[in-house]
Design a binder for this molecule. Structure first.
Ligand SMILES: [Zn+2]
Length: 141
């Protein structure tokens, strides 16, 4: 990887971390950016669907089943735009789950950079099986 790419990856990941601050979920805040040709073409953070209450957890502090993950929000947002996720790079602050990995594959995303490892890594394994370039990028101290 070139030095320029490394710098860009770190910058986009910092932006994804800032974007995660938009999430009103209390248990976990995740941010995602879709980048193509050095343009941010979509963004997302975890949360309930449009028009629903801005609360992710139920009374038992369990995430509601209809909360969308940051990656799913970024990918579905682009479905409403005139842009395309084909060949894009996804920056996401946490490793994608298997459900999001399926969406990432079908959305034609070619590269995934993630910033934090989750306890279950089956999503990342699925991406690798689909020959998507996956890069773990630790937060720069
Ligand atoms: Zn997910």
């Amino acid at each position: 990887m070139t030095e320029k790419q490394r710098l860009l990856d770190n910058r986009y990941m910092r932006m994804a971390r800032i974007w995660a601050e938009n999430s009103y979920c209390e248990r976990r805040k995740v941010g995602a950016l879709l980048v193509k040709n050095q343009m941010i073409i979509s963004d997302g953070y975890n949360g309930t669907p449009s028009g629903f209450e801005n609360k992710c957890e139920d009374e038992n502090n369990v995430s509601k089943p209809y909360v969308l993950h940051a990656e799913a929000n970024a990918i579905s947002k682009i479905a409403r735009s005139h842009n395309s996720s084909d060949n894009a790079t996804l920056y996401v602050t946490a490793s994608p789950c298997i459900e999001c990995a399926k969406l990432i594959i079908q959305a034609g995303i070619k590269r995934v950079v993630y910033g934090e490892k989750y306890r279950i890594m089956d999503g990342v394994e699925l991406l690798e099986r689909a020959n998507i370039e996956v890069l773990f990028l630790e937060e720069e101290k």
